[in-house]
Write a protein that binds this ligand. Sequence first.
Ligand SMILES: CCCCCC/C=C\CCCCCCCC(=O)NCCO
Length: 591
Amino acid sequence: MLVAYEHVAADAVRFLRGHPRTGSVIISLAGAGILGKVVLYFWYRHCTNKKRQDRRDKAQTRTKRVAENVAEVTNSDLIVKKSIKELREALHNGKLSSLEVLKAFQKEALRVTKDINCVTEPIEDAEELAKHLDASKEVKRLLHGIPVSIKENIAIAGYDQTAGMAVHIGDIACEDAVLLQVLKDHGAIPFMRTNIPQTMLSYDCTNPLYGTTFNPLDWSRTPGGSSTGEGALIGGGGSIMGIGSDIGGSLRIPADFCGIFTLKPTWDRISRKGMMTHSRGNLSVRPVLGPMARDFDSLLLLTRAILSPNMYELDPLVPPLPFDIKEYEKTSPLRIGFYTYDGTFQCQPSNVRAVMEAKAALEAMGHEVVHFDFPTMMGEGFKGCKYYVHVLVPDRLAKLRKLLANDKVSSAISLNLKLGQLPVWLCKAAEFIIGFKDQMLASVFGAAVGFKSVEEYIDKVQDLEDFRQRFMDAWLDMALDAVICPVFPSPAPTRDLVGMVSPAGIYCWLFNAVNYPAGVVPVTQVTKEDLDKTFDPKHFQPRNVYEKLLLKSTKGSEGHSIGVQCVALPYKEELCLRVMRDLTQALGKRS
Ligand SMILES: CCCCCC/C=C\CCCCCCCC(=O)NCCO
Protein backbone atom coordinates (compact mmCIF):
# COMPACT_ATOMS: atom_id res chain seq x y z
CA MET A 1 0.00 0.00 0.00
CA LEU A 2 2.76 2.39 1.07
CA VAL A 3 4.70 1.48 -2.07
CA ALA A 4 1.67 2.42 -4.20
CA TYR A 5 1.49 5.89 -2.54
CA GLU A 6 5.21 6.38 -3.10
CA HIS A 7 4.66 5.70 -6.83
CA VAL A 8 1.84 8.22 -7.02
CA ALA A 9 3.94 10.87 -5.22
CA ALA A 10 6.94 10.23 -7.47
CA ASP A 11 4.69 10.49 -10.57
CA ALA A 12 3.24 13.77 -9.30
CA VAL A 13 6.71 15.28 -8.70
CA ARG A 14 7.81 14.13 -12.17
CA PHE A 15 4.70 15.70 -13.74
CA LEU A 16 5.24 19.02 -11.94
CA ARG A 17 8.88 19.12 -13.04
CA GLY A 18 7.84 18.53 -16.64
CA HIS A 19 4.99 21.13 -16.48
CA PRO A 20 6.27 23.95 -14.25
CA ARG A 21 3.44 26.37 -15.19
CA THR A 22 0.67 23.88 -14.45
CA GLY A 23 2.55 23.00 -11.26
CA SER A 24 2.61 26.56 -10.01
CA VAL A 25 -1.11 26.99 -10.87
CA ILE A 26 -1.98 23.88 -8.83
CA ILE A 27 0.18 24.96 -5.89
CA SER A 28 -1.29 28.50 -5.97
CA LEU A 29 -4.85 27.12 -6.05
CA ALA A 30 -4.16 24.77 -3.14
CA GLY A 31 -2.54 27.62 -1.18
CA ALA A 32 -5.45 29.92 -1.94
CA GLY A 33 -7.88 27.20 -0.85
CA ILE A 34 -6.11 26.75 2.48
CA LEU A 35 -5.77 30.49 3.00
CA GLY A 36 -9.45 30.94 2.11
CA LYS A 37 -10.42 28.37 4.71
CA VAL A 38 -8.29 30.03 7.39
CA VAL A 39 -9.68 33.48 6.50
CA LEU A 40 -13.22 32.12 6.52
CA TYR A 41 -12.66 30.46 9.91
CA PHE A 42 -11.47 33.72 11.48
CA TRP A 43 -14.16 35.69 9.67
CA TYR A 44 -16.92 33.42 11.03
CA ARG A 45 -15.37 33.59 14.48
CA HIS A 46 -15.23 37.37 14.32
CA CYS A 47 -18.85 37.58 13.09
CA THR A 48 -20.06 35.16 15.76
CA ASN A 49 -18.25 37.04 18.52
CA LYS A 50 -19.71 40.30 17.26
CA LYS A 51 -23.18 38.80 17.01
CA ARG A 52 -22.91 37.58 20.60
CA GLN A 53 -21.53 40.91 21.83
CA ASP A 54 -24.32 42.88 20.10
CA ARG A 55 -26.93 40.58 21.63
CA ARG A 56 -25.39 40.93 25.08
CA ASP A 57 -25.27 44.72 24.67
CA LYS A 58 -28.96 44.74 23.85
CA ALA A 59 -29.72 42.66 26.95
CA GLN A 60 -27.54 44.95 29.05
CA THR A 61 -29.31 48.07 27.78
CA ARG A 62 -32.62 46.52 28.79
CA THR A 63 -31.21 45.61 32.20
CA LYS A 64 -29.77 49.08 32.75
CA ARG A 65 -33.04 50.73 31.90
CA VAL A 66 -34.97 48.61 34.41
CA ALA A 67 -32.24 49.02 37.05
CA GLU A 68 -32.51 52.82 36.72
CA ASN A 69 -36.28 52.61 36.88
CA VAL A 70 -36.29 50.69 40.16
CA ALA A 71 -33.32 52.43 41.79
CA GLU A 72 -35.57 54.39 44.13
CA VAL A 73 -37.76 51.49 45.20
CA THR A 74 -37.25 51.05 48.93
CA ASN A 75 -39.97 48.63 50.04
CA SER A 76 -39.12 45.70 47.76
CA ASP A 77 -38.16 43.52 50.73
CA LEU A 78 -41.59 43.82 52.29
CA ILE A 79 -43.34 43.01 49.03
CA VAL A 80 -41.27 40.07 47.83
CA LYS A 81 -41.47 38.34 51.20
CA LYS A 82 -45.26 38.30 51.23
CA SER A 83 -46.91 34.92 50.80
CA ILE A 84 -48.80 34.48 47.54
CA LYS A 85 -52.06 34.74 49.47
CA GLU A 86 -51.07 38.08 51.05
CA LEU A 87 -49.78 39.39 47.76
CA ARG A 88 -52.96 38.54 45.89
CA GLU A 89 -55.08 40.08 48.64
CA ALA A 90 -53.04 43.28 48.52
CA LEU A 91 -53.33 43.40 44.72
CA HIS A 92 -57.04 42.67 44.77
CA ASN A 93 -58.00 45.21 47.45
CA GLY A 94 -55.74 47.88 45.97
CA LYS A 95 -53.28 48.10 48.90
CA LEU A 96 -50.58 47.40 46.34
CA SER A 97 -50.61 48.29 42.66
CA SER A 98 -49.37 45.92 39.96
CA LEU A 99 -46.63 48.44 39.16
CA GLU A 100 -45.41 48.51 42.77
CA VAL A 101 -45.28 44.74 42.90
CA LEU A 102 -43.55 44.54 39.54
CA LYS A 103 -40.90 47.07 40.53
CA ALA A 104 -40.22 45.25 43.81
CA PHE A 105 -39.65 41.97 41.97
CA GLN A 106 -37.61 43.63 39.22
CA LYS A 107 -35.35 45.09 41.88
CA GLU A 108 -35.06 41.78 43.71
CA ALA A 109 -34.47 39.79 40.51
CA LEU A 110 -31.68 42.15 39.47
CA ARG A 111 -30.14 41.86 42.93
CA VAL A 112 -30.25 38.04 42.76
CA THR A 113 -28.89 37.84 39.22
CA LYS A 114 -25.96 40.12 40.07
CA ASP A 115 -24.66 37.29 42.25
CA ILE A 116 -25.68 34.18 40.34
CA ASN A 117 -26.35 35.34 36.75
CA CYS A 118 -29.73 33.68 36.35
CA VAL A 119 -31.54 36.37 34.29
CA THR A 120 -30.71 36.92 30.63
CA GLU A 121 -32.70 40.17 30.34
CA PRO A 122 -35.83 41.91 31.59
CA ILE A 123 -38.98 41.81 29.44
CA GLU A 124 -39.57 45.32 28.19
CA ASP A 125 -43.35 45.62 28.08
CA ALA A 126 -43.77 44.49 31.71
CA GLU A 127 -44.31 48.07 32.97
CA GLU A 128 -46.88 48.79 30.26
CA LEU A 129 -48.77 45.66 31.24
CA ALA A 130 -48.69 46.60 34.92
CA LYS A 131 -49.91 50.14 34.20
CA HIS A 132 -52.66 48.77 32.00
CA LEU A 133 -53.79 46.39 34.77
CA ASP A 134 -53.75 49.19 37.33
CA ALA A 135 -55.87 51.40 35.09
CA SER A 136 -58.33 48.70 34.13
CA LYS A 137 -61.69 48.30 35.83
CA GLU A 138 -62.04 44.67 34.78
CA VAL A 139 -62.67 41.90 37.31
CA LYS A 140 -59.37 40.81 38.85
CA ARG A 141 -58.21 37.51 37.44
CA LEU A 142 -56.30 34.54 38.91
CA LEU A 143 -52.81 36.00 38.43
CA HIS A 144 -53.69 39.69 38.50
CA GLY A 145 -50.46 41.67 38.83
CA ILE A 146 -48.25 38.67 39.65
CA PRO A 147 -44.80 38.83 38.00
CA VAL A 148 -43.83 35.59 36.26
CA SER A 149 -40.35 34.68 34.97
CA ILE A 150 -39.90 32.85 31.67
CA LYS A 151 -37.23 30.39 30.47
CA GLU A 152 -35.27 31.74 27.51
CA ASN A 153 -36.53 29.11 25.04
CA ILE A 154 -40.14 30.31 25.26
CA ALA A 155 -41.35 32.67 22.54
CA ILE A 156 -41.96 36.28 23.45
CA ALA A 157 -42.91 38.56 20.54
CA GLY A 158 -39.90 40.67 19.61
CA TYR A 159 -37.30 38.46 21.31
CA ASP A 160 -35.13 35.61 20.05
CA GLN A 161 -34.89 32.19 21.69
CA THR A 162 -31.29 31.08 21.44
CA ALA A 163 -30.66 28.25 23.91
CA GLY A 164 -27.30 29.98 24.24
CA MET A 165 -26.40 29.20 20.61
CA ALA A 166 -25.05 31.90 18.31
CA VAL A 167 -26.83 30.44 15.30
CA HIS A 168 -30.22 31.35 16.81
CA ILE A 169 -29.38 34.94 17.72
CA GLY A 170 -31.78 37.21 15.87
CA ASP A 171 -34.45 34.53 15.24
CA ILE A 172 -37.11 36.91 16.49
CA ALA A 173 -40.51 35.49 17.48
CA CYS A 174 -43.47 37.31 15.95
CA GLU A 175 -45.93 36.21 18.60
CA ASP A 176 -45.99 35.08 22.22
CA ALA A 177 -46.08 31.36 23.01
CA VAL A 178 -49.64 30.20 23.68
CA LEU A 179 -48.79 29.62 27.33
CA LEU A 180 -47.61 33.19 27.68
CA GLN A 181 -50.82 34.47 26.12
CA VAL A 182 -52.79 32.36 28.61
CA LEU A 183 -50.81 33.78 31.54
CA LYS A 184 -51.28 37.35 30.32
CA ASP A 185 -55.02 36.69 29.93
CA HIS A 186 -54.98 35.83 33.62
CA GLY A 187 -53.35 39.14 34.49
CA ALA A 188 -49.81 37.79 34.96
CA ILE A 189 -46.87 40.03 34.09
CA PRO A 190 -44.00 38.18 32.37
CA PHE A 191 -41.04 40.20 33.67
CA MET A 192 -37.69 38.40 33.34
CA ARG A 193 -36.16 35.92 30.89
CA THR A 194 -33.96 33.29 32.49
CA ASN A 195 -30.78 31.53 31.50
CA ILE A 196 -30.35 28.04 30.06
CA PRO A 197 -27.46 25.71 29.24
CA GLN A 198 -26.28 25.73 25.64
CA THR A 199 -28.57 23.33 23.65
CA MET A 200 -30.63 22.63 26.81
CA LEU A 201 -29.33 19.04 26.96
CA SER A 202 -27.45 19.54 30.19
CA TYR A 203 -27.86 19.68 33.95
CA ASP A 204 -25.37 22.50 34.30
CA CYS A 205 -25.90 26.00 33.02
CA THR A 206 -23.29 27.66 30.97
CA ASN A 207 -23.37 29.13 27.49
CA PRO A 208 -21.06 31.50 25.62
CA LEU A 209 -23.81 34.05 25.11
CA TYR A 210 -25.14 34.68 28.61
CA GLY A 211 -22.50 32.93 30.73
CA THR A 212 -22.76 30.64 33.74
CA THR A 213 -25.56 30.48 36.29
CA PHE A 214 -24.76 29.53 39.88
CA ASN A 215 -26.82 27.77 42.53
CA PRO A 216 -28.34 30.32 44.95
CA LEU A 217 -27.94 27.87 47.84
CA ASP A 218 -24.26 27.15 47.18
CA TRP A 219 -22.31 28.84 44.40
CA SER A 220 -19.96 25.89 43.91
CA ARG A 221 -22.83 23.55 43.05
CA THR A 222 -24.81 23.37 39.85
CA PRO A 223 -28.34 24.81 39.95
CA GLY A 224 -29.37 21.96 37.62
CA GLY A 225 -30.65 22.25 34.08
CA SER A 226 -32.01 23.04 31.74
CA SER A 227 -34.60 25.33 33.36
CA THR A 228 -31.66 26.60 35.34
CA GLY A 229 -32.28 30.32 35.46
CA GLU A 230 -35.85 29.67 36.60
CA GLY A 231 -34.74 27.36 39.41
CA ALA A 232 -32.00 29.76 40.47
CA LEU A 233 -34.05 32.96 40.26
CA ILE A 234 -37.03 31.48 42.12
CA GLY A 235 -34.79 29.63 44.61
CA GLY A 236 -32.84 32.85 45.17
CA GLY A 237 -36.05 34.80 45.93
CA GLY A 238 -36.16 36.96 42.77
CA SER A 239 -39.40 35.49 41.38
CA ILE A 240 -42.42 33.74 42.87
CA MET A 241 -43.20 31.58 39.88
CA GLY A 242 -42.07 30.86 36.35
CA ILE A 243 -42.21 28.61 33.33
CA GLY A 244 -39.59 26.03 32.32
CA SER A 245 -39.40 22.96 30.09
CA ASP A 246 -38.47 19.29 30.53
CA ILE A 247 -37.52 16.42 28.24
CA GLY A 248 -35.29 14.58 30.69
CA GLY A 249 -35.60 16.26 34.09
CA SER A 250 -35.13 19.91 33.14
CA LEU A 251 -37.94 21.15 35.37
CA ARG A 252 -37.41 18.69 38.20
CA ILE A 253 -33.63 18.72 38.58
CA PRO A 254 -33.28 22.52 38.95
CA ALA A 255 -36.29 22.49 41.28
CA ASP A 256 -34.60 19.82 43.38
CA PHE A 257 -31.19 21.52 43.40
CA CYS A 258 -32.58 25.01 44.13
CA GLY A 259 -35.14 23.93 46.75
CA ILE A 260 -38.36 24.84 44.93
CA PHE A 261 -41.55 23.22 43.57
CA THR A 262 -42.44 22.13 40.05
CA LEU A 263 -44.82 19.98 38.06
CA LYS A 264 -43.79 18.25 34.84
CA PRO A 265 -47.10 17.61 33.07
CA THR A 266 -48.23 14.88 30.71
CA TRP A 267 -46.97 15.59 27.14
CA ASP A 268 -49.95 17.34 25.66
CA ARG A 269 -51.72 18.70 28.73
CA ILE A 270 -50.02 22.08 28.24
CA SER A 271 -49.61 23.77 24.87
CA ARG A 272 -46.07 23.67 23.54
CA LYS A 273 -46.71 26.17 20.76
CA GLY A 274 -43.91 28.70 20.85
CA MET A 275 -41.44 26.50 22.73
CA MET A 276 -38.02 26.32 21.09
CA THR A 277 -36.59 22.79 21.13
CA HIS A 278 -34.14 20.84 19.04
CA SER A 279 -36.15 17.64 19.32
CA ARG A 280 -39.09 18.95 17.29
CA GLY A 281 -40.04 16.24 14.83
CA ASN A 282 -38.96 13.44 17.15
CA LEU A 283 -42.45 12.40 18.16
CA SER A 284 -41.36 9.57 20.45
CA VAL A 285 -39.77 11.93 22.98
CA ARG A 286 -41.51 15.22 23.51
CA PRO A 287 -40.46 18.09 25.74
CA VAL A 288 -43.10 19.76 27.87
CA LEU A 289 -43.55 23.21 29.33
CA GLY A 290 -44.37 23.37 33.01
CA PRO A 291 -44.75 25.59 36.08
CA MET A 292 -42.09 26.19 38.74
CA ALA A 293 -42.69 28.07 42.00
CA ARG A 294 -41.15 28.97 45.34
CA ASP A 295 -43.97 27.29 47.34
CA PHE A 296 -46.82 24.88 46.82
CA ASP A 297 -49.65 27.47 46.84
CA SER A 298 -47.96 29.47 44.09
CA LEU A 299 -47.44 26.31 42.03
CA LEU A 300 -51.09 25.39 42.40
CA LEU A 301 -52.26 28.87 41.42
CA LEU A 302 -50.02 28.93 38.34
CA THR A 303 -51.13 25.44 37.26
CA ARG A 304 -54.79 26.37 37.64
CA ALA A 305 -54.26 29.46 35.50
CA ILE A 306 -52.44 27.49 32.82
CA LEU A 307 -55.05 24.74 32.61
CA SER A 308 -57.86 27.07 31.71
CA PRO A 309 -60.23 26.96 28.72
CA ASN A 310 -58.53 29.75 26.75
CA MET A 311 -55.53 27.47 26.20
CA TYR A 312 -57.70 25.09 24.15
CA GLU A 313 -59.08 27.96 22.13
CA LEU A 314 -55.60 29.23 21.32
CA ASP A 315 -54.21 25.75 20.66
CA PRO A 316 -56.95 23.24 19.77
CA LEU A 317 -54.33 20.47 19.53
CA VAL A 318 -54.29 20.36 23.34
CA PRO A 319 -56.99 18.06 24.77
CA PRO A 320 -59.65 20.21 26.46
CA LEU A 321 -59.06 19.18 30.06
CA PRO A 322 -59.40 22.27 32.23
CA PHE A 323 -58.16 22.09 35.82
CA ASP A 324 -60.51 19.77 37.74
CA ILE A 325 -60.81 21.49 41.10
CA LYS A 326 -63.16 18.78 42.48
CA GLU A 327 -60.54 16.11 41.81
CA TYR A 328 -57.85 18.26 43.41
CA GLU A 329 -59.91 19.02 46.51
CA LYS A 330 -60.64 15.37 47.31
CA THR A 331 -59.24 14.20 50.64
CA SER A 332 -59.92 10.44 50.53
CA PRO A 333 -56.94 8.23 51.43
CA LEU A 334 -54.74 7.20 48.53
CA ARG A 335 -52.64 4.14 47.83
CA ILE A 336 -49.16 5.41 47.08
CA GLY A 337 -46.16 3.38 45.88
CA PHE A 338 -42.63 4.31 46.88
CA TYR A 339 -39.06 3.29 46.05
CA THR A 340 -35.62 4.53 46.94
CA TYR A 341 -33.70 2.51 44.35
CA ASP A 342 -34.59 2.06 40.70
CA GLY A 343 -32.00 -0.61 39.90
CA THR A 344 -29.53 1.91 38.44
CA PHE A 345 -27.93 4.54 40.67
CA GLN A 346 -27.74 3.90 44.42
CA CYS A 347 -29.20 6.89 46.18
CA GLN A 348 -27.05 8.50 48.83
CA PRO A 349 -28.37 8.42 52.44
CA SER A 350 -29.77 12.00 52.31
CA ASN A 351 -31.80 11.15 49.21
CA VAL A 352 -33.09 7.87 50.65
CA ARG A 353 -34.03 9.64 53.87
CA ALA A 354 -35.97 12.29 51.90
CA VAL A 355 -38.22 9.59 50.39
CA MET A 356 -38.62 7.80 53.73
CA GLU A 357 -39.60 11.07 55.43
CA ALA A 358 -42.08 11.80 52.65
CA LYS A 359 -43.50 8.30 53.13
CA ALA A 360 -43.92 8.84 56.89
CA ALA A 361 -45.50 12.27 56.28
CA LEU A 362 -48.02 10.87 53.80
CA GLU A 363 -48.85 7.99 56.13
CA ALA A 364 -49.45 10.53 58.88
CA MET A 365 -51.97 12.19 56.51
CA GLY A 366 -53.86 8.88 56.32
CA HIS A 367 -52.50 7.49 53.04
CA GLU A 368 -51.32 3.93 52.54
CA VAL A 369 -47.73 3.83 51.25
CA VAL A 370 -46.47 0.52 49.80
CA HIS A 371 -43.26 -0.57 48.15
CA PHE A 372 -43.34 -0.35 44.33
CA ASP A 373 -40.62 -2.62 43.02
CA PHE A 374 -41.30 -2.58 39.27
CA PRO A 375 -38.44 -0.23 38.30
CA THR A 376 -35.90 -2.43 40.12
CA MET A 377 -37.42 -5.72 38.97
CA MET A 378 -35.30 -7.37 36.24
CA GLY A 379 -33.75 -3.99 35.51
CA GLU A 380 -37.04 -2.74 34.04
CA GLY A 381 -36.56 0.95 34.92
CA PHE A 382 -33.07 0.81 33.47
CA LYS A 383 -34.29 -0.80 30.23
CA GLY A 384 -37.01 1.80 29.78
CA CYS A 385 -34.58 4.67 30.25
CA LYS A 386 -32.10 3.06 27.89
CA TYR A 387 -34.72 2.92 25.14
CA TYR A 388 -35.69 6.49 25.93
CA VAL A 389 -32.21 8.01 25.71
CA HIS A 390 -31.39 6.03 22.58
CA VAL A 391 -34.51 7.39 20.89
CA LEU A 392 -33.80 10.88 22.29
CA VAL A 393 -30.57 11.12 20.29
CA PRO A 394 -31.31 9.12 17.10
CA ASP A 395 -28.93 11.27 15.03
CA ARG A 396 -26.07 10.95 17.54
CA LEU A 397 -26.47 14.71 18.10
CA ALA A 398 -25.42 15.46 14.50
CA LYS A 399 -27.98 18.27 14.17
CA LEU A 400 -26.65 20.04 17.26
CA ARG A 401 -23.05 19.63 16.10
CA LYS A 402 -24.00 21.27 12.81
CA LEU A 403 -25.75 24.15 14.56
CA LEU A 404 -22.72 24.64 16.79
CA ALA A 405 -20.18 24.37 13.95
CA ASN A 406 -19.07 28.03 14.22
CA ASP A 407 -19.82 28.44 17.89
CA LYS A 408 -17.90 28.05 21.12
CA VAL A 409 -19.12 24.82 22.71
CA SER A 410 -19.72 24.85 26.44
CA SER A 411 -17.83 22.26 28.44
CA ALA A 412 -20.92 20.68 30.00
CA ILE A 413 -22.14 19.36 26.64
CA SER A 414 -18.90 18.75 24.79
CA LEU A 415 -18.50 15.25 26.22
CA ASN A 416 -21.86 14.10 24.86
CA LEU A 417 -21.23 15.84 21.52
CA LYS A 418 -17.90 14.07 21.15
CA LEU A 419 -19.40 10.74 22.14
CA GLY A 420 -21.71 10.99 19.15
CA GLN A 421 -18.68 11.28 16.86
CA LEU A 422 -16.95 8.08 17.91
CA PRO A 423 -17.11 5.33 15.28
CA VAL A 424 -20.19 3.19 15.81
CA TRP A 425 -18.11 0.00 16.04
CA LEU A 426 -16.10 1.56 18.87
CA CYS A 427 -19.26 2.51 20.80
CA LYS A 428 -20.62 -1.01 20.33
CA ALA A 429 -17.33 -2.58 21.46
CA ALA A 430 -17.19 -0.22 24.47
CA GLU A 431 -20.78 -1.10 25.37
CA PHE A 432 -19.97 -4.81 25.23
CA ILE A 433 -16.67 -4.71 27.13
CA ILE A 434 -17.61 -2.10 29.74
CA GLY A 435 -20.93 -3.92 30.22
CA PHE A 436 -19.14 -6.66 32.20
CA LYS A 437 -18.13 -4.13 34.82
CA ASP A 438 -20.37 -1.07 34.61
CA GLN A 439 -23.84 -1.39 33.06
CA MET A 440 -24.58 2.31 33.40
CA LEU A 441 -21.53 3.59 31.54
CA ALA A 442 -21.97 0.83 28.95
CA SER A 443 -25.53 1.95 28.28
CA VAL A 444 -24.36 5.48 27.48
CA PHE A 445 -22.19 4.06 24.69
CA GLY A 446 -25.18 1.95 23.65
CA ALA A 447 -27.36 5.04 23.32
CA ALA A 448 -24.67 6.85 21.34
CA VAL A 449 -24.73 4.48 18.35
CA GLY A 450 -27.75 6.03 16.65
CA PHE A 451 -29.63 3.85 14.14
CA LYS A 452 -28.41 2.27 10.96
CA SER A 453 -31.86 1.94 9.43
CA VAL A 454 -35.40 3.24 9.82
CA GLU A 455 -36.41 -0.30 10.69
CA GLU A 456 -34.00 -0.36 13.62
CA TYR A 457 -35.35 2.99 14.85
CA ILE A 458 -38.94 1.77 14.64
CA ASP A 459 -38.01 -1.36 16.59
CA LYS A 460 -36.51 0.72 19.38
CA VAL A 461 -39.57 2.97 19.57
CA GLN A 462 -41.63 -0.20 19.77
CA ASP A 463 -39.45 -1.41 22.69
CA LEU A 464 -40.17 1.89 24.39
CA GLU A 465 -43.91 1.52 23.74
CA ASP A 466 -43.86 -2.04 25.16
CA PHE A 467 -42.03 -0.77 28.21
CA ARG A 468 -44.67 1.93 28.72
CA GLN A 469 -47.34 -0.75 28.68
CA ARG A 470 -45.46 -2.99 31.16
CA PHE A 471 -44.99 -0.01 33.47
CA MET A 472 -48.68 0.83 33.30
CA ASP A 473 -49.66 -2.82 33.94
CA ALA A 474 -47.40 -3.01 37.00
CA TRP A 475 -48.88 0.25 38.34
CA LEU A 476 -52.47 -0.90 37.78
CA ASP A 477 -51.78 -4.39 39.18
CA MET A 478 -50.77 -2.76 42.43
CA ALA A 479 -53.83 -0.49 42.29
CA LEU A 480 -51.67 2.58 42.87
CA ASP A 481 -52.95 6.14 42.79
CA ALA A 482 -49.52 7.72 42.90
CA VAL A 483 -45.81 7.05 43.45
CA ILE A 484 -43.11 8.88 45.40
CA CYS A 485 -39.40 8.40 44.64
CA PRO A 486 -36.08 10.26 44.45
CA VAL A 487 -35.47 13.09 41.98
CA PHE A 488 -31.72 12.51 41.84
CA PRO A 489 -29.40 10.04 43.56
CA SER A 490 -27.31 12.68 45.36
CA PRO A 491 -27.36 16.33 46.43
CA ALA A 492 -26.64 18.84 43.63
CA PRO A 493 -23.19 17.98 42.22
CA THR A 494 -20.40 20.52 42.10
CA ARG A 495 -20.10 22.42 38.83
CA ASP A 496 -16.82 20.84 37.81
CA LEU A 497 -18.34 17.34 37.81
CA VAL A 498 -21.89 17.75 36.63
CA GLY A 499 -21.06 17.51 32.91
CA MET A 500 -19.72 14.00 33.52
CA VAL A 501 -22.69 12.58 35.41
CA SER A 502 -25.70 13.33 33.20
CA PRO A 503 -26.94 9.69 33.38
CA ALA A 504 -27.74 10.42 37.05
CA GLY A 505 -30.84 12.16 35.67
CA ILE A 506 -32.28 8.66 35.24
CA TYR A 507 -34.70 8.93 38.20
CA CYS A 508 -36.39 11.71 36.20
CA TRP A 509 -36.05 10.12 32.74
CA LEU A 510 -38.36 7.29 33.72
CA PHE A 511 -41.36 9.61 33.85
CA ASN A 512 -40.46 11.21 30.53
CA ALA A 513 -40.16 7.71 29.12
CA VAL A 514 -43.62 6.65 30.34
CA ASN A 515 -45.15 10.15 30.05
CA TYR A 516 -46.58 10.51 33.58
CA PRO A 517 -46.97 13.85 35.36
CA ALA A 518 -44.29 14.21 38.03
CA GLY A 519 -43.88 17.01 40.55
CA VAL A 520 -41.11 17.91 42.96
CA VAL A 521 -41.52 18.86 46.62
CA PRO A 522 -38.44 19.97 48.60
CA VAL A 523 -38.51 17.66 51.61
CA THR A 524 -35.34 18.01 53.64
CA GLN A 525 -31.75 19.22 53.80
CA VAL A 526 -28.52 17.24 53.91
CA THR A 527 -27.44 16.74 57.53
CA LYS A 528 -24.09 15.97 59.08
CA GLU A 529 -25.41 12.49 59.95
CA ASP A 530 -26.29 11.93 56.27
CA LEU A 531 -22.77 12.86 55.28
CA ASP A 532 -21.22 10.66 57.98
CA LYS A 533 -23.23 7.73 56.60
CA THR A 534 -22.45 8.61 52.99
CA PHE A 535 -18.72 8.52 53.62
CA ASP A 536 -18.85 5.41 55.83
CA PRO A 537 -18.23 2.34 53.61
CA LYS A 538 -20.38 0.27 55.98
CA HIS A 539 -23.37 2.33 54.83
CA PHE A 540 -22.53 3.40 51.33
CA GLN A 541 -20.11 2.11 48.75
CA PRO A 542 -19.98 3.57 45.25
CA ARG A 543 -20.11 0.81 42.64
CA ASN A 544 -19.30 2.53 39.38
CA VAL A 545 -17.61 5.57 37.90
CA TYR A 546 -20.73 7.75 38.15
CA GLU A 547 -21.44 6.87 41.77
CA LYS A 548 -17.80 7.62 42.57
CA LEU A 549 -18.00 11.04 40.92
CA LEU A 550 -21.23 11.86 42.70
CA LEU A 551 -19.75 10.79 46.02
CA LYS A 552 -16.77 13.04 45.45
CA SER A 553 -19.01 16.01 44.79
CA THR A 554 -21.20 15.37 47.86
CA LYS A 555 -18.41 16.55 50.19
CA GLY A 556 -19.46 19.81 51.80
CA SER A 557 -23.12 19.55 50.81
CA GLU A 558 -24.48 19.89 54.34
CA GLY A 559 -27.62 22.04 54.39
CA HIS A 560 -28.35 21.49 50.69
CA SER A 561 -32.00 20.95 49.72
CA ILE A 562 -33.27 17.48 48.75
CA GLY A 563 -36.62 16.95 47.07
CA VAL A 564 -38.87 14.03 46.24
CA GLN A 565 -40.82 13.26 43.06
CA CYS A 566 -44.60 12.77 43.32
CA VAL A 567 -46.00 10.96 40.28
CA ALA A 568 -49.51 10.15 39.02
CA LEU A 569 -51.03 8.47 35.97
CA PRO A 570 -51.13 10.44 32.67
CA TYR A 571 -53.55 13.40 32.67
CA LYS A 572 -53.95 13.17 36.46
CA GLU A 573 -52.07 16.37 37.27
CA GLU A 574 -54.73 17.24 39.85
CA LEU A 575 -54.08 14.00 41.74
CA CYS A 576 -50.36 14.59 41.53
CA LEU A 577 -50.88 18.05 43.06
CA ARG A 578 -53.07 16.50 45.77
CA VAL A 579 -50.19 14.28 46.85
CA MET A 580 -47.82 17.25 46.71
CA ARG A 581 -50.30 19.31 48.76
CA ASP A 582 -50.63 16.65 51.47
CA LEU A 583 -46.91 16.09 51.61
CA THR A 584 -46.22 19.83 51.86
CA GLN A 585 -48.87 20.24 54.52
CA ALA A 586 -47.53 17.34 56.56
CA LEU A 587 -44.05 18.80 56.34
CA GLY A 588 -45.39 22.20 57.44
CA LYS A 589 -44.16 24.08 54.36
CA ARG A 590 -47.37 25.30 52.77
CA SER A 591 -46.48 28.79 51.52
C1 LIG B 1 -24.77 10.69 21.16
C2 LIG B 1 -24.58 10.96 22.56
C3 LIG B 1 -25.43 10.18 23.49
C4 LIG B 1 -25.26 10.67 24.82
C5 LIG B 1 -26.09 10.00 25.84
C6 LIG B 1 -25.78 10.69 27.10
C7 LIG B 1 -26.68 10.45 28.19
C8 LIG B 1 -27.49 11.35 28.68
C9 LIG B 1 -27.72 12.69 28.15
C10 LIG B 1 -29.15 13.07 28.30
C11 LIG B 1 -29.27 14.40 28.92
C12 LIG B 1 -30.69 14.81 28.90
C13 LIG B 1 -30.82 16.19 29.42
C14 LIG B 1 -32.24 16.65 29.25
C15 LIG B 1 -32.43 17.96 29.82
C16 LIG B 1 -33.83 18.46 29.54
O1 LIG B 1 -34.81 17.96 30.05
N1 LIG B 1 -33.95 19.47 28.64
C17 LIG B 1 -35.23 20.06 28.33
C18 LIG B 1 -35.30 20.68 27.03
O2 LIG B 1 -36.54 21.35 26.90
